[in-house]
Design a protein around this ligand. Structure first.
Ligand code: FMN
Length: 161
């Protein structure tokens, strides 16, 4: 079974170019994988808080010793990580704000990058623990926007992975 996890991160409620490109990709992807199920999450609506001290403490504490506060502070991370682990394809729709990704997307990244859950670390370095087989990032910037938009239109005729 193919499961697509799509993350939208534009603050634009309408007229988002990154969402339009992701729409084109998703349409082609679903045509190629008709049985595909999916989750779409908009991270730009304030639903993803910045990690707090209790979140960090919860990330590093043994699960069986989590306090009530730590459990509450890591519950969203648990849910977001479960969404990733249930998916084999990750589609990120990303505007560029001030030379980088939106803070809302970084907040999501901070919730899902979690030792023992999505990565492991030892003296040999880092090891990824996420099962998703592929990640597609579509980004849109003001610079060369026309070119990118044209590419997105072209992409609908490409064979999506
Ligand atoms: C607050 C803000 C900051 C931006 N910063 C940049 C930037 O640093 N570089 C750039 O090329 N475009 C920048 N842009 C333009 C956006 O990347 C562009 O509008 C893009 O289409 C946004 O994606 P969206 O349509 O999905 O919201 C910025 C736009 C906004 C609103």
């Amino acid at each position: 079974m193919t499961q697509l996890l799509r993350i939208n991160s534009s603050s634009r409620l309408t007229g988002s170019h990154s969402a339009a490109i992701a729409d084109a990709f998703e349409a082609g992807f679903r045509a190629k994988h008709p049985a595909c199920t999916g989750i779409t999450r908009n991270v730009a609506n304030g639903s993803i808080p910045f990690i707090a001290q209790s979140t960090i403490e919860g990330f590093y504490a043994p699960q069986e010793k989590l306090s009530g506060d730590q459990k509450a502070a890591t519950a969203l991370s648990d849910k977001l990580i479960a969404e990733i682990q249930a998916s084999d394809t990750l589609l990120l729709a990303v505007p560029i704000y001030n030379f980088t990704i939106p803070e809302a997307l970084k907040a999501w990244v901070d919730q899902i990058c979690r030792i023992g859950h999505t990565f492991a670390m030892d003296e040999n370095g880092f090891q990824g623990l996420v099962k998703a087989r592929r990640a597609i990032v579509v980004a849109h910037t003001a610079r060369k926007a026309t070119t990118l938009l044209n590419r997105s239109e072209l992409r609908t005729s490409f064979s999506p992975i």
